[in-house]
Design a protein around this ligand. Structure first.
Ligand code: PLP
Length: 391
């Protein structure tokens, strides 16, 4: 079953903006390409994965929010103080402060400041990269399952998605991904560690892959969760010093605990950034407060270590509890864990929501899974309690 956006426009339905049409509208602009729908008339999401949300988000204040991979310990106090102090300077644009932050990031990453572009969260940069690179269609190659933000925007710009199933250990099947590249491939997207499965891909193999493949097409490596992986995998940013066409995305939302403050960056070749900056100025969407908060958080390695340590402690507790309850799980190198469940996704979410708990469910390989983010130990204990009650 297929539906064309132009047909929707002709019938006038698109302009009605009705709720039933919301998914089509969300899918983006108006290229000629058809949006593939599944048998239930829903937007086709992935050969392997469908993600479930509750239709209505229950009131946040009553919720244990362990659905969006946020960091329950942030923002660091150092960042909070910096944000508060910055408020009085809010009458000015924050160019100078942003350039200072860019210098700090470049130093940390071992690249030059010409390699860095800032955005209000890495989502913004994922999306802008997709809008630029897929303006004339083409295809994007990635693992399946993976994080869909860039791919969705690529599809809405008219690109097709070449979804390459993960290997049995849920790492990227780099060989198959390389084989999938063809003359229309505009970008390869790698999420390492990978959301929603939490797996990592071997650093040396990925380095080799990126090094070779980026000679043909740019490789986008989304490293949102890298700091949680500790030594299990590494950044690809050093490839920029060999002039490789990689785009590395990093965020202050996860290990730094600043998801609501919205700040992230990409590191790429200056020529690649120049392409992206044809449609957008980097950094214009970020407030002075976020910039000053990020500057403080970047220096606050103590907070980052604390986040990673607590995350590991809570994860160990969850692993033990899941095993005791008879669940299996995919070992995770992130701040979330995914595991198969016996209940259909939406029903599971509703039951959790009745207990004031917000998690996410996915359908992977036609089976329901729950993805739970590492809240505090107390929050995860409540989640485990809710799982027991559901048994
Ligand atoms: N990349 C991955 C893999 C993510 O999981 C997320 C958010 O959950 C993001 C990017 C976007 O994060 P943000 O826009 O907050 O930087």
């Amino acid at each position: 079953m297929k539906i064309n956006r132009r047909d929707l426009l002709k019938t006038g339905l698109l302009s009605m903006g009705s709720l039933t049409l919301a998914p089509y509208l969300r899918a983006g602009a108006f290229p000629e390409t058809a949006l593939p729908l599944d048998n239930a008339g829903r937007i086709y999401y992935s050969p392997m994965v469908r993600e479930h949300f509750l239709d209505e988000m229950p009131a946040f204040k009553t919720m244990i929010r362990i659905g969006s991979n946020e960091n329950p310990y942030g923002p660091p106090v150092s960042a909070q103080n910096a944000v508060a102090k910055a408020v009085t300077g809010g009458n000015r644009y924050a160019w100078q402060e942003m350039f200072a932050l860019i210098n700090g990031i470049a130093e940390k990453e071992g690249v030059t400041r010409e390699n860095i572009m800032m955005g209000p969260g890495s989502s913004d940069l994922l999306e802008k990269t997709a809008l630029v690179l897929f303006a004339k269609g083409g295809n994007v190659v990635s693992a399946d399952p993976t994080y869909m933000s860039l791919i969705r925007v690529a599809e809405s710009a008219g690109a097709t998605w070449k979804a390459i199933p993960c290997k049995p250990d849920w790492s990227h099947d780099l060989e198959a991904m390389e084989q999938a590249i063809d003359k229309d491939t505009k970008l390869v997207y790698v999420c390492n560690p990978n959301n929603p499965v939490g797996s990592v891909t071997d650093t040396a193999k990925l380095m080799d892959f990126c090094s070779r493949v980026s000679e043909k097409v740019p490789v986008f490596v989304d490293e949102a969760y890298l700091e949680f992986a500790q030594d299990a995998t590494g950044s690809m940013v050093s490839l920029l010093n060999q002039n490789k066409n990689v785009i590395i995305a990093r965020t202050f939302s996860k290990i730094m605990g600043m998801a609501g403050l919205r700040i992230g960056y990409i590191a790429a070749l200056p020529s690649t950034l120049a392409e992206i900056q044809k449609i957008t100025r980097g950094g214009m969407g970020i407030s002075l407060t976020s910039i000053m908060g990020a500057t403080a958080a970047l220096a606050d390695t103590e907070f980052q270590t604390l986040s990673a340590t607590r995350n590991d402690e809570v994860k160990s507790y969850l692993y033990e509890s899941l095993t005791a309850l008879g669940y299996s799980y995919i070992p995770s190198y992130t701040n979330f864990v995914i595991f198969p469940i016996a209940t259909e996704g939406k029903t599971f979410l509703s039951k959790m929501s009745e207990k004031g708990i917000a998690v996410r469910s996915f359908e992977i390989q036609n089976k329901p899974w729950c993805r739970v983010s590492m809240g505090t130990l107390d929050e995860i204990k409540q989640f485990v309690g809710a799982l027991k009650d559901m048994a």
